[in-house]
Ligand binder design. Structure first.
Ligand SMILES: N[C@H](CCC[C@H](N)C(=O)O)C(=O)O
Length: 284
């Protein structure tokens, strides 16, 4: 029987099982199955997936994320805040501002520390990618997708496409509590027009600085929060003239609030909480 130590953490209820790969050894080919197993609430630990905190050649640490279906994502906003907290509180990094490598490039985390504990984290998530080839989405490579009519299941919806290193399809609704998250989400997630699948976000605009938000995540389904998705929602809202560039927008997710600004320099900044739930040993 093999085992590894883990820490369960969450960002606004978007929880993952975190494994410190500076200390643990997991076989690459087993990672998707380990993600599926630990995420299972009945026979595993229960989470939205698995996140590895790894050594990096280009930054103090590297984050890898696996969804609950075992697929590997390229970025994870809530995960980045938890990884930054873990790395500081476990002495992997000593600075309160440092880079983190992800599969979609480097990001920069800034910690807010109280009595040696990280209370919240701000992450510079970098620039959104807006062309069809970057989302990715089929069609003319250089075109953007802003409030574009698109048909799913016989109905026309208006989509804005944004990548934060991972793909997001943003749709506006009048009442967030009626958003078709579990009916339309899974259809769009796997639509053939998205070669890598896509995360699906529904947004209700409260005012030009406030959004309500729900998500169907690629590879995980409904989650309490999606940091990259909330960033995509703010970028889409600026592009659609609903919120303002360079001004902080509060995004109300099911699990709590994120504070996001798409700055004039092009970078998207996200600030929010990160919590440690428990630690343990997983046997497999
Ligand atoms: N929950 C994560 C997003 C996971 C993205 C993953 N579902 C994918 O892109 O495949 C977040 O806080 O950004």
């Amino acid at each position: 029987m093999r085992s590894f130590s883990f820490t369960k953490m969450h960002g606004l209820g978007n929880s993952y099982i975190y494994v410190n790969m500076f200390k643990e050894r997991l076989l690459e080919e087993e990672l998707p199955d380990i993600a599926r197993c630990v995420a299972n609430v009945h026979t595993g630990i229960g989470s939205d997936g698995l996140i590895l905190i790894c050594p990096s050649d280009v930054a103090p640490i590297k984050m890898r994320i696996f969804n609950s279906d075992g697929s590997e994502g390229k970025n994870c906003g809530n995960g980045l805040r938890c990884v930054a907290k873990y790395a500081y509180e476990h002495g992997i990094v000593r600075d309160e501002q440092f880079a983190i490598e992800t599969l979609s490039g480097l990001v920069e985390a800034r910690l807010f520390v109280e009595n040696g504990k990280v209370s919240s984290v701000e992450v510079n998530m970098g620039r959104p990618r807006l062309s069809r080839e970057e989302i990715p989405m089929v069609g003319k490579e250089k075109d953007m997708v802003i409030n574009e009519p698109i048909e799913f299941a016989g109905h026309t919806y208006y989509m804005t496409g944004v990548s934060m290193g991972n793909p997001h399809a943003v749709f506006y609704v009048d009442h967030i509590e009626r958003a078709p998250v579990t009916t339309l989400g899974p259809i769009i997630e796997k639509d053939a027009r998205f070669p890598e699948g896509i995360n699906v976000e529904f947004v209700e605009v409260v005012n030009d600085r406030e959004l309500h938000f729900r998500v169907w995540e690629r590879g995980s389904g409904v989650t309490q929060a999606c940091g990259t998705g909330a960033c995509a929602a703010v970028v889409a809202s600026v592009l659609n003239g609903k919120t303002k560039r360079n001004e902080e927008t509060v995004v109300h997710l099911a699990g709590g609030d994120l504070y996001i600004t798409w700055k004039e320099n092009g970078d998207v900044f996200m600030r929010g909480g990160a919590e440690t739930i428990c630690t343990g040993v997983y046997y497999y």
